[in-house]
Design a protein around this ligand. Structure first.
Ligand SMILES: [Cu+2]
Length: 88
């Protein structure tokens, strides 16, 4: 299980964009998203954490690998690549 905090994922459209990006990279992956905490959990079958991170970045978001942060509070300091929602 690979987890990312994606603070600029703000609505259902963001969720589907990220899910699509992950599935495009690894069609067998299972993606679980918790929008309220901005968490994306991925059970990958082929892709590794770096590839998944790149795919989410290419979709226009700012993933922070949970393993790379010691506290959730640290992840909250990660600044989004852009402001506002993709759908706004
Ligand atoms: Cu959105």
């Amino acid at each position: 299980m690979i987890s990312f905090q994606v603070n600029d994922m703000t609505c259902g459209h963001c969720v589907s964009s990220i899910t699509k990006a992950v599935k495009a990279l690894d069609s067998g992956a299972t993606v679980q998203v918790d929008l309220s905490t901005h968490l994306v959990k991925i059970e990958a079958t082929e892709a590794d954490a770096v590839e998944l991170s790149e795919a989410i970045k290419e979709a226009g978001y700012t993933p922070v690998a949970i393993a790379a942060v010691t506290r959730i509070a640290a992840a909250k300091d990660a600044s989004p690549a852009r402001k506002g929602c993709c759908c706004g």
